[in-house]
Unconditional design. Sequence first.
Length: 260
Amino acid sequence: MKTIELTFLGTGTSQGVPVVGCGCDVCTSADPRNHRLRTAALLAIDGKYLAIDVGPDFRQQMLRVRPPRLDGILVTHEHNDHVVGLDDVRPFNFFQKEDMPLYCTEVVATELKRRFAYAFDEEPYPGAPVIRFHHISKDAPFEAAGIPVTPVGILHGKLPILGFRVWDVAYLTDVRYIEETEKAKLRNLDVLVMSALHHGPEHYSHVTLPQALELIAELAPRRAYLTHMSHRIGLHETLQAGLPEGVFAAYDGLTVRSEL
């Protein structure tokens, strides 16, 4: 029997929670479940560790969970709250004495090379992160550190991005629309992670909580966890009390397990 562990490194939006300068009940809450770093996750399978996204809080997130190594990074898309922490991959390069495999679309790779040009020059800056790109697309499964991964095409507004399914666990963030062909990849799940921005009104690039719950009901996983939540989602305790059976509000540091 194999076990997949998914740890929520961050469950907040691009601003995080608390939001700078905000005095709302959520942003001033003493409950750590209401403190949300930028959305990211860590998969642990058979002694292998895969990060999903490397946002601005990546260093802090790694110090919190302290994985013994990192075997690869899956990147959903090129927005800063999902990639701008790439420089903090360096310690893994140093300790593991190897390049870091990074799995992303060609568009994302081009953006990373532009934003972190010092790491990808012909003569890179000494001590810069050392990344080995693996180009992926929604149309082809791939392996990361020997782990089979099925990419799932998503629209984040008008931007095509990726979610990932690993065995019976799927991770989707920044969702606005999923085509029927991609929904077919999300059947018979044990765990579904789904973004849910806030209660409403409708947003141009993210599903709101009612829309996320509709998608969850349609896909019918055994368990679902909400992530990428803004301070407008409300207090964790109140939010959880209003969710359907089998749907849970994730929080930073939560680990969920799925057995194969």
